[in-house]
Design a protein. Structure first.
Lengths: 336, 148
């Protein structure tokens, strides 16, 4: 049974393992540096659907089905599915996963959803509340643009701090078991952190303090330091947020630069793919985790990874009313 | 994490955030916007040469540019030009046409009434409202000045 240490961290005791994982992405993501690690790349980002929302749902459904297949189980073997996305009322998850007929717990953690769902699924498995759980999330550039920004064909310009919402989905199946698999050793759920950033075209800056806070909480609770980990992987801070995270921690005398990477910086080639400060969206960190990172953990090229999903908890309403952008970050410690 | 004042973090974030290339953007806007206006003038001359009065020719040019922008938006080309041209395509009448056509295309999935009908003016709406309000105010001012 899981136990708490320090103020914020939960340590698992039965090694909830990632039995199967999958990542399905769109064309732009497939053209990026990680293309060989994805399970499928859709050159047609509509996925043959009549709306972008349906396309995103389909993306999530395919990722979930592929993860089940790779784990060697069927939907009947899963007791709970934790899933979420960026669209209002999490419709990508609802419409994408309803056919699986698994008890469903919708989650909203903005772009931190993969870490949130993975953390919750692992704790359910670790506690014995479930034998097998799934964590799923997605984002789609086109559905996010029309909800949060402008129509796709609108002729606007982006600022250099803006990030590109990934068209991607990631899914993981968790269960305890004998087989050697990457497992979740600890989870730290983050606190909402708001340092006054209002610019919706600079989400990295809004989320960096939350990432710094959660990482500090985890390191304090576990009495470890950054050099104890192979990679400290943040979700979608991008170039600006990554820089700010490192700078914030440096004030505390913590240097993470040699170990730090960001999914938003890994997913695209920023020089060639016109994504400005990097990738973002729930699918960004989910697809990077459920491709290169977990594959390298299975091969034991990485054995100790801190995965920190980062989210910006604003809505179009709160932004239009001039409110700040509160940030959140959830941390999952993965070992193999 | 050590406490940090919002002002201090704002300063830190400002330093870390690269700024838009003002000179490059201005030059591109000047080149595209200027070319667009020159093309507009050429069209005025063309329409006049085929027998339209100046007033009529100007109206015909507006219609032509709006039609062309709508077509390029529908062909999914306009946004790729605007990415480079910036204010060069935004400020002229082309930007207005694009701002009406693009939401109409985007929200077709929500139907003809609540989608296209309701969302068509989400971007252009405020411009229309305040444009009309401003013209009414100027009209009143002009009328009052004319009384003396």
């Amino acid at each position: 049974m899981a136990r708490r240490i320090g103020n914020y961290t939960i340590i698992t005791e039965n090694k909830p393992k990632i039995q199967g994982f999958a990542s399905i992405v769109g064309k732009k993501e497939g053209d990026g540096p990680l293309s060989e690690y994805f399970d499928a790349v859709h050159d047609d980002t509509t996925l043959g659907q009549e709306s972008w929302e349906k396309a995103e749902s389909r993306l999530q459904q395919e990722a979930a089905e592929e993860a089940l297949k790779k784990a060697g189980v069927t939907e009947k073997d899963i007791q709970y599915i934790f899933a979420g996305d960026l669209l209002n009322q999490c419709i990508s998850s609802t419409f994408g996963l309803q056919s699986l007929n698994i008890p469903f717990l919708g989650q909203y953690g903005a772009c931190s959803t993969m870490a949130q769902t993975l953390g919750l699924a692992s704790l359910f498995v670790d506690s014995g509340a479930a034998q097998r759980c799934m964590a799923v999330t997605s984002s789609h550039f086109c559905s996010a643009e029309r909800q949060f920004r402008f129509p796709l064909e609108y002729g606007g310009q982006r600022t250099p701090t803006a990030q590109w919402t990934a068209t991607a989905s990631g899914a993981a199946v968790l269960a305890c078991g004998e087989k050697e698999r990457p497992y979740i050793s600890a989870v730290t759920f983050g606190r909402i952190c708001d340092l006054g950033i209002k610019d919706v075209a600079n989400m990295g800056a809004a989320m960096a303090p939350a990432a710094a806070q959660t990482l500090t909480d985890f390191l304090t609770d576990t009495q470890t330091c950054p050099s104890d980990y192979d990679v400290i992987l943040t979700g979608d801070l991008g170039a600006v947020g990554s820089h700010l995270l490192q700078e914030l921690l440096r004030r505390d005398g913590v240097e993470i630069a040699p170990y730090h990477n960001d999914c938003g910086l890994m997913l695209y080639d920023r020089e060639k793919q016109d994504v400005h400060a990097g990738g973002s969206g729930c699918g960004c960190s989910a697809a990077v985790l459920c491709s290169i990172i977990l594959k390298k953990m299975v091969q034991r090229k990485l054995t100790n990874v801190l995965f920190i999903g980062t989210g910006a908890l604003m809505s179009t309403t709160s932004s239009q009313q001039g409110e700040n952008i509160p940030g959140i970050a959830h941390l999952v410690c993965l070992k193999s | 994490m050590k406490k940090i004042a919002k002002e201090e973090y704002a300063e830190m974030a400002k330093r870390a955030s690269p700024k838009s290339h003002l000179v490059k953007n201005c030059l591109r806007a000047f080149a595209f916007g200027g070319a667009l206006c020159a093309a507009g003038q050429a069209l005025v001359n063309l329409y006049q040469s085929v027998g339209l009065e100046l007033q009529e020719a100007r109206a015909a040019v507006s219609i032509s540019l709006i039609g062309l922008s709508a077509l390029l938006t529908a062909l999914r080309v306009y946004d790729n030009i605007a990415r480079y041209a910036g204010a060069g395509t935004l400020v002229p009448i082309t930007g207005f046409a694009n701002s009406v056509v693009s939401p109409a295309m985007e929200f077709k999935s929500e139907g003809y009434v609540m989608g296209i009908g309701a969302k068509m003016f989400t971007i252009a709406g405020p411009v229309l409202v305040y444009g009309i309000v401003a013209s009414i105010l100027y009209g009143i001012i002009l009328y009052i000045i004319g009384l003396f």
